[in-house]
Structure formats: structure tokens, C-alpha cells
Ligand binder design. Structure first.
Ligand SMILES: Cc1cc2nc3c(=O)[nH]c(=O)nc-3n(C[C@H](O)[C@H](O)[C@H](O)COP(=O)(O)OP(=O)(O)OC[C@H]3O[C@@H](n4cnc5c(N)ncnc54)[C@H](O)[C@@H]3O)c2cc1C
Length: 374
């Protein structure tokens, strides 16, 4: 028997699962809320790791194609002091093992690897209900339902599938990012471009930081981090981009102008990204016919692992389903047995990294980590 798998969410996790199932000849449909692949900018660079993201791509048969997407030289890392002094400079010598790609390129690679019609766009799940015997009915916001005997929630932080398994909901982490972009920085924003260097740059102090990454074509993508309660951000008028950028920059008074330029010279409206997390030990008892992967299962503060883990989950789940073609419950149990300790360990590590970056000792703990003193 080849169970048809119903996947909610066409993020990197859901698409990796669909692809690995396809490699094993198992049919799947992915229902995605967004109306089309181009509906939302898939900004941001992702470094894809040797222990999770890369094995997932190997299982998907896409490792070689992935290598063609890598932006060379972007693994360089530097840490600056608020006054612009260089505290740590690690050039990309090609040995880092964490190649950088654009998230949109990676998603497109996965989309192109699936049979036409696998992803059903514009199908926002509004409700899921158990029908008994491991079967579920999935209802869509625009009307219509489907029934399935194997349902996977790959629908991210605010998963509609998760309540079938767990009562946990993400809690505000105490930190938010504000996202900005500078374009053609080598000619138009030269001081900022020089400060960022060839890859990633972090300027950190207790409770705040400016992190930027060089993307393709001289694009600088910045996450400004502020440890502030949600009501602090609620008082900033993000509908007025200039005023919002100025208000955020005010929190960096006295910082080097080449760093604050990443905020004040932003060429896109600053976007607020509130960071939430599920409890590190989040898990659930086996419920027939349904499981979760990626952020839906283990949302954590950004640590450079979330997308890697989502892809790894997808590959592991796909492999487990293929290994137990007659017994979906055995597949889900085997997958979850590994998922829970793996996710818990990563969530603890993500919280530790977050503290090193934005805690009272910032940036010294992070530098010690990079230099092997911790
Ligand atoms: C600011 C920031 C920076 C980050 N940087 C990195 C990084 O550098 N490296 C890294 O590895 N990770 C990073 N992460 C984490 C990473 O983005 C996530 O962990 C990863 O995207 C999770 O993948 P996913 O497939 O589980 O979920 P998602 O990528 O969230 O995909 C879920 C999909 O489900 C769809 N969906 C949601 N609800 C519904 C619904 N009701 N019906 C149908 N479809 C639905 C969504 O539209 C989406 O396409 C970062 C996160 C943040 C917030």
C-alpha cells in the first residue's frame, strides 16, 4: 500500500518531505496558503549545514544542484564593537562547511523537483478535525475539504495542525528583529558595505544588535535586534517607514554611523519580526495519522538552524514513511522518537546562543565561542 501523504505548508520543510517521498515513489499533495510561489519575497541567506541541511538535500537527490546555488565567499564572519572597531574577522577560506544560498533559490529548487500539481497554491487551511481511525478532514478558508489518512503539519510557527497533537503555543521571546535592505551598497552605501564585509557582520551589545549579511549583487540585508517588550514595538508606527527607522535607530545612539546607516538608509520599509518560541521540550503523545515538522514542531529563536532542521525533519520523515510502507504509525513513531530529543537539544542551544548574542555579556561570550574559548 502506498499511502497518499497530505502536507500542509510549502516551506522548506514541507517541500523537502514532498520531494523525498517523490524520490521513493510515494505520492503527496502540499496545500499552501500563499497564492503563488512569488507571493512573498523569500528574502534572506541560509547557511546549509553538513549535519542536517546537506544530508536532507542528499536524501532529496538535490545536493549537486544545490551546490550550483551557493554564493561563494559569503561564509565570512565578522564581529564589530558598537564604535565600529573590528573585534573578530573570519574570512571565508572555503573550509567553513556552511555554504550560503538565498532562501528563494533553495525553495525554487525544491519546487522544480516536484511533479506538476504537487503544490496546491492558495489553499489556506482553516480547520482540521479527526474523523477517527487515524483519518482527518482538512477544511480550507476559501471552502472545500479533503480527507486524509496521513497528515503532516509543515505550516510553521502558527500551525493549524499542531492543536491536534499539543496544546502548546509559541510565546514571545522578549526580542524582535527589524528587517531592512540596502541595495548596490558597494557604490551607494560604501561605508556600510565596508563595515559588513564579504559575508555576515554582527555588532552586538547587551539587549541589542545590528546583524547584516551581504547577499548577491551588493545587497545588504539587515536584522536589527532589540530586546524589548511587545508593547514597545506596538508604540512604533511601522506604517511610517521613515519614522519607524528613525525610532529604531534612536536606540543605537552613539554607534558608528556606518552601522546605523544600515537602519536609517534602508531602502525598504522596515519590517518588524517578533520572535516567538515553543517550549524547548515540546513533544506530544502519538496521535494516529498525524505529525508535525519544522517550526510547527519546534519553533525556536533564530540560531541559523531552523530551516536546516525543517529540511532534515522532512527528509527523516520521508525516509521513515518509505521504510514502513505498510505501517504509517510505525513510521511516525520512529520519526518522532528521533525528532523530540534532536529538537529539544537544538532549542536549548538556540536559547544559549541568543543569550550570548544579546545577554549582559554581549558580545564577549559570542567571541569566546567563535575563538574556541567556550
Ligand atoms: C528573522 C529570522 C531569521 C532566520 N534566519 C535563519 C537562518 O539564517 N538559517 C536557518 O536555518 N533558519 C533561519 N530562520 C528560521 C527559519 O526561517 C525557519 O525555521 C524555517 O523557515 C522553518 O521552515 P518550515 O518549513 O518549518 O516553516 P515555514 O518556512 O514557516 O513554512 C511554512 C509554510 O506554511 C504555510 N502556511 C502557514 N499556515 C498555513 C495554513 N493555515 N494553510 C496552508 N499553508 C500554511 C506558510 O505560508 C509557509 O509557506 C530564521 C527565522 C527568522 C524569524
Amino acid at each position: 500500500m502506498r499511502t497518499h501523504v497530505t502536507i500542509i505548508g510549502a516551506g522548506l520543510g514541507g517541500l523537502t518531505l514532498a520531494r523525498v517521498l517523490h524520490v521513493h515513489g510515494i505520492p503527496a499533495t502540499v496545500y499552501e496558503a500563499e497564492p503563488s510561489p512569488a507571493a512573498r519575497a523569500q528574502g534572506g541567506m541560509l547557511d546549509i549545514h553538513e549535519n542536517n541541511g546537506q544530508p536532507a538535500l542528499r536524501a532529496a537527490g538535490l545536493l549537486d544542484a544545490f551546490r550550483g546555488l551557493v554564493l561563494e565567499g559569503r561564509e565570512a564572519t565578522r564581529v564589530l564593537a558598537p564604535d565600529g572597531t573590528l573585534l573578530l574577522d573570519e574570512p571565508d577560506d572555503g573550509t567553513g562547511g556552511r555554504p550560503e544560498v538565498l532562501r528563494g533559490d533553495l525553495r525554487q529548487l525544491l519546487l522544480d523537483s516536484l511533479p506538476d500539481g504537487t503544490v496546491q497554491w492558495g489553499r489556506k487551511v482553516s480547520r482540521v478535525r479527526p474523523l477517527g481511525g487515524g483519518r482527518h478532514e482538512v477544511a480550507f478558508a476559501e471552502g472545500g475539504t479533503v480527507e486524509t489518512s496521513l497528515l503532516v503539519g509543515a505550516d510553521g510557527a502558527w500551525s493549524r495542525v499542531r492543536p491536534l497533537l499539543s496544546r502548546a503555543t509559541p510565546a514571545y521571546s522578549g526580542t524582535s528583529f527589524v528587517e531592512t535592505y540596502l541595495y548596490d551598497a558597494d557604490t551607494r552605501h560604501t561605508a556600510a558595505a565596508k563595515a559588513v564585509g564579504d559575508g555576515g557582520m554582527m555588532a552586538l551589545a547587551p539587549g541589542k544588535g545590528i546583524q547584516a549579511h551581504r547577499e548577491s549583487g551588493g545587497t545588504l540585508h539587515t536584522y536589527v535586534a532589540l530586546r524589548r517588550p511587545e508593547n514597545w514595538f506596538a508604540a512604533v508606527d511601522f506604517t511610517d517607514p521613515g519614522a519607524a527607522a528613525a525610532r529604531v535607530a534612536e536606540e543605537f545612539g552613539g554607534w558608528a554611523p556606518e552601522l546605523t546607516a544600515l537602519i536609517t538608509d534602508g531602502e525598504t520599509a522596515p519590517v518588524l519580526r517578533r520572535l516567538h518560541a515553543l517550549p524547548a521540550a515540546h513533544r506530544w503523545d502519538r496521535v494516529p495519522g498525524v505529525t508535525l515538522l519544522g517550526d510547527a514542531a519546534h519553533l525556536m529563536v533564530p540560531s541559523g538552524e531552523g530551516a536546516n532542521l525543517a529540511m532534515y525533519d522532512g527528509a527523516e520523515l520521508g525516509g521513515a514513511i518509505a521504510a514502513h510502507p505498510e505501517d504509517a504509525e510505525a513510521a511516525l513513531a520512529a520519526y518522532e522518537r528521533e525528532l523530540f530529543p534532536r529538537s529539544a537539544a537544538e532549542a536549548v542551544e538556540a536559547a544559549r546562543l541568543h543569550e550570548l548574542m544579546f545577554g549582559d555579556d554581549a558580545p564577549h561570550g559570542l567571541i569566546d565561542m567563535f575563538t574556541g574559548h567556550q
